[in-house]
Design a protein around this ligand. Sequence first.
Ligand SMILES: [Zn+2]
Ligand SMILES: [Zn+2]
Length: 150
Amino acid sequence: MKFLKQEQKKYEQIVDKLKTKNIRMTDIRLAIIAMLIKAEHLTTQEIIKNLELEFANVNVTSVYNTLDLLLSQHILFANTFNGKSIWYEIASEKSIHLKCDECGDVIHINPMTSDKFDFNEVVELAESKGIKLDHFKIEAHGICQNCRNK
Ligand SMILES: [Zn+2]
Ligand SMILES: [Zn+2]
């Protein structure tokens, strides 16, 4: 897996955090973390499918256990945009999703590369209400260009 510099840093931070908690880093666990750093957000089915390209035997139970473990360590967020499927992604202090309510497409705004949004505005808004922000999750809904053109 080829990482950009920021992605490599994120990956190392996560692995270090798990190591300090004496959590055993198996190949499958490392692969799931790397995959989610690269892919923004994925469903369990997509994670399993990707693992099967890399590993001969993928134990589905251990994939579920890994996802639970990473959720409990606050390394992952679980999102349900349509109330049905769960999308997993690397937890971030700044999470923004734009969803088309017509076709269900979800655009994930990457806080590392997005310059279209001033994240400090949310931090300042929270501070003005006396909240020292830890993280935020914004889910915005609308109709995408494709659906509007139909
Ligand atoms: Zn749409
Ligand atoms: Zn996402």
